[in-house]
Ligand binder design. Structure first.
Ligand SMILES: CC(C)(COP(=O)(O)OP(=O)(O)OC[C@H]1O[C@@H](n2cnc3c(N)ncnc32)[C@H](O)[C@@H]1OP(=O)(O)O)[C@@H](O)C(=O)NCCC(=O)NCCS
Length: 176
């Protein structure tokens, strides 16, 4: 898989990618990406976005870094999803690393990601990139069955982590 910034050329493949995802996985993106028009609108925004693409041009994963507005405009918000058929092959970690490096280069001082509290494997993956638990918000997510679930926010503090960038394998990506 090759990681590339999203361009207009990815629109059709990205619509297919999101439509093929289980509905629950689409919720991690937060926009209604089950609707092709919402995907087109998302691509038209200035949000930083990347895809993992195979040799045939099919998309296996997507990541975005959204900036928070106003007084939190130093905070980046990562949204990540990998096609279930491509999981456990390193695509998620590579997309997350890419998004983290780009957010830091872009001047974000804090990068956060929101998960349901039971996603131990995703928490483990983000921990390897220097994310730690920031907040647990009870009943903060309502899933598609209407059940309330706890939300976990993980955060990566850039200034605290700077010394360990090399350990995280990000120094090269950041041009050090
Ligand atoms: C979380 C997610 C992005 C991981 O993607 P992935 O491509 O499978 O991740 P990787 O293959 O890069 O795995 C990285 C590490 O995560 C952990 N991990 C990922 N999936 C795991 C699983 N099912 N069981 C145990 N560990 C797992 C492992 O530590 C793994 O490293 P390893 O393979 O060296 O042991 C993917 O499961 C997903 O899309 N989930 C739904 C959306 C989501 O949770 N997004 C994150 C919040 S926005």
């Amino acid at each position: 898989m090759t990681i590339s910034p999203v361009t207009d050329e990815h629109t059709a493949a990205l619509v297919d990618f999101f439509l093929a995802l289980p509905e629950e996985d689409r919720t991690f993106i937060q926009e209604d990406v089950g609707d092709p028009d919402a995907v087109r609108s998302l691509l038209a925004t200035r949000v930083q976005q990347w895809v993992a693409v195979d040799d045939a041009g099919r998309i296996g994963g997507y990541v975005a870094v959204k900036s928070r507005p106003g007084w939190s405009d130093h905070v980046g918000d990562i949204r990540l999803v990998v096609d279930p058929a491509h999981r456990r092959t390193g695509v998620g970690r590579e997309l997350a690393r890419h998004a983290l490096a780009a957010a830091i280069t872009d001047g974000r001082r804090k990068i956060v990601v929101e998960l349901t509290a039971d996603q131990e494997h995703a928490v483990a993956m983000f921990a390897t990139l220097g994310f730690t638990g920031e907040a647990l918000l009870r009943d903060h997510i309502r899933d598609r069955n209407g059940h309330l679930r706890d939300m976990l926010m993980l955060a990566h503090f850039v200034d605290d982590s700077w010394g360990s960038m090399e350990t995280l394998g990000l120094a090269e990506e950041l041009g050090d």
